[in-house]
Design a protein around this ligand. Sequence first.
Ligand code: C5P
Length: 245
Amino acid sequence: MTETISPRDRLIVALDLPGAAEAREMIAALGDSASFYKIGMELAYSGAGLDIARELAASGKKVFIDLKLHDIPNTVERATRQLATLGATFATVHAYPQTMAAAKRGATGSGLKLLAVTVMTSYDDSDLTAAGYAFNVRDLIARRARQAQAAGIDGLVMSPEEAEAMRASLGPDMIIVTPGVRPAGADAGDQKRVMTPTLAIAAGADYLVVGRPVTEARDPKAAAESIVGEIESGLAIRHKTNRVA
Ligand code: C5P
């Protein structure tokens, strides 16, 4: 468990924006209110995302490259080796055993930490059935989490609803990162399993990924500050109830 991380450093702002101009504008608007950014497919595939990742890392911000790698092992290993050169702190892979083992090999000797994506937070049981899975969301997450731990993966991306049970079963060292976070009263959008920042942190999440509630806010800086305040409350609950070691 990562109890020494400051509340601000636990907020990861998802830069799900169309291009360099929008991303740089958002980074400037957030200023010191955000220290950790997630770059996903939209910004990466605009062509600007990886340059922005390098710039952010060089300016002292932390970067999470969320490209959810999944391919044949040789490709995943080599792609991960490239990501490790960007100065990123986190990168995601899908939690398939072959994929995780290959990414581990690619990250060897670098400071890059790997996070495995168990089940997308936009999926519920009926979506998994439609995709051909025999497991429900809970069982598939538990299975993939065990496989990630066995593969030596550093952390997991999961819905905040799963965080408490996962923390209990995986122990204190596995990093838990939760998207699907919505401040009270915010629009859930396409997320089906959401929780407030306070409750997600109280449940044992180490980091929260928040996109639209910050980037689509009229005042993104104020939105980020308010989420940092909610994270502080979550940590206070966690310490008071001693729910998480
Ligand atoms: O805008 P919103 O706060 O819903 O953004 C959530 C972010 O977290 C998006 O960038 C999405 O790709 C990512 N994510 C997710 N569910 C996962 C893994 C990643 O929503 N299981």
